[in-house]
Design a protein around this ligand. Structure first.
Ligand SMILES: NC(=O)c1ccc[n+]([C@@H]2O[C@H](COP(=O)([O-])OP(=O)(O)OC[C@H]3O[C@@H](n4cnc5c(N)ncnc54)[C@H](OP(=O)(O)O)[C@@H]3O)[C@@H](O)[C@H]2O)c1
Length: 261
């Protein structure tokens, strides 16, 4: 049996991880959410015997310690694979239109997207070190790949991009610090994924992708449009499965390479 903790499992890609993983009775899945009661999309999955809801906020050390104790209690002190999926995306407002106050306000995203995952790693490392697979996966973004961003010309979301680049840097450094202990770290981008259906309220209008698709299509004619969360997760799980110590510290796409779309 393989045990997984998916952090940020209330909706979107995290929810799809829980859905796909728990479909296999050989997996034990811990679904990490800030609020179990309000996670309405997760609720139906909690009746599956191999799914456990774990209350957890990445930025709250007390909550992380309690969550790690709970997982340790249920899973005999170990965890095979930690997937840190949770993240915030921010306003995407162009830099030239931002006031000083808005820039400072948006930088709280560093607390959530960088400090949060680092504290989460700190809390769960003792369990992962006892696991059979010893893998820590950070869900990052192709936005953190400068070459890709320059190619497609995505200019918005600088702060979000900076948080994911910083997260990748942590993953690379920690991979070196924990290599001797056999713990594998990797950053993986899930692709461009339409998670609108599990937003509150749901966003089902596909036309919001049009400006981005206009930029992408001429450069990547084979690109078919955003993935569903399930398509993304199937691909990312294959990458996680194939990940070995030789890959530790690297940053790849849902295809396991630098093909981001
Ligand atoms: N969708 C894409 O196209 C895309 C592309 C590249 C990368 N990504 C990355 O993939 C990940 C998932 O994206 P998504 O589109 O599924 O996002 P989403 O629908 O906005 O869901 C984000 C999840 O993160 C949780 N979360 C945020 N901060 C948290 C915290 N401090 N502690 C615990 N949980 C927290 C949210 O929980 P609440 O319900 O409590 O708010 C929610 O479950 C993110 O890291 C994102 O940056 C997404």
């Amino acid at each position: 049996m393989t045990s997984y903790l998916v952090v940020g499992a209330s909706r979107g890609i995290g929810l799809a991880f829980v859905k796909q993983l728990s479909a296999n009775p050989q997996n034990k899945v811990f679904a990490g959410v800030r609020n179990v009661e309000s996670s309405i999309h997760l609720q139906p999955l909690l009746s599956r015997p191999n799914v456990h809801a774990i209350k957890l906020d990445m930025t709250d050390v007390i909550s992380l310690k309690a969550a790690a104790e709970e997982v340790a209690r249920i899973n005999h002190g170990k965890l095979d694979i930690l997937i840190i999926n949770a993240g915030l995306t921010g306003s995407g407002k162009p830099f030239k239109d931002c006031t000083y106050e808005e820039i400072i306000e948006e930088h709280s995203m560093f607390t959530n997207n960088v400090l949060g995952p680092v504290l989460t790693i700190k809390a769960f490392l003792p369990l992962v070190s006892q696991g059979a697979q010893k893998k820590i996966i950070a869900i990052s973004s192709a936005n953190a790949d400068s070459e890709f961003i320059l190619t497609v010309g995505f200019d918005k979301g600088a702060t979000y991009t900076a948080t994911k680049a910083a997260l990748n840097a942590y993953i690379t450094k920690l991979s070196l610090q924990y290599r001797q202990e056999g713990i594998v770290f990797r950053s993986i981008c899930p692709g461009l994924v339409d998670t609108g259906a599990t937003r509150d309220p749901p966003i089902l209008d596909q036309s919001r992708y049009e400006p981005r698709l206009k930029q992408i299509k001429p450069l990547f004619p084979d690109f078919k449009g955003p993935l569903t969360p399930e398509q993304s997760v199937d691909a990312v799980l294959e990458v996680i499965d194939k990940t070995t110590m030789a890959d530790s510290g690297t940053f790849v796409s849902h295809k396991g390479n630098k093909d981001w779309l």
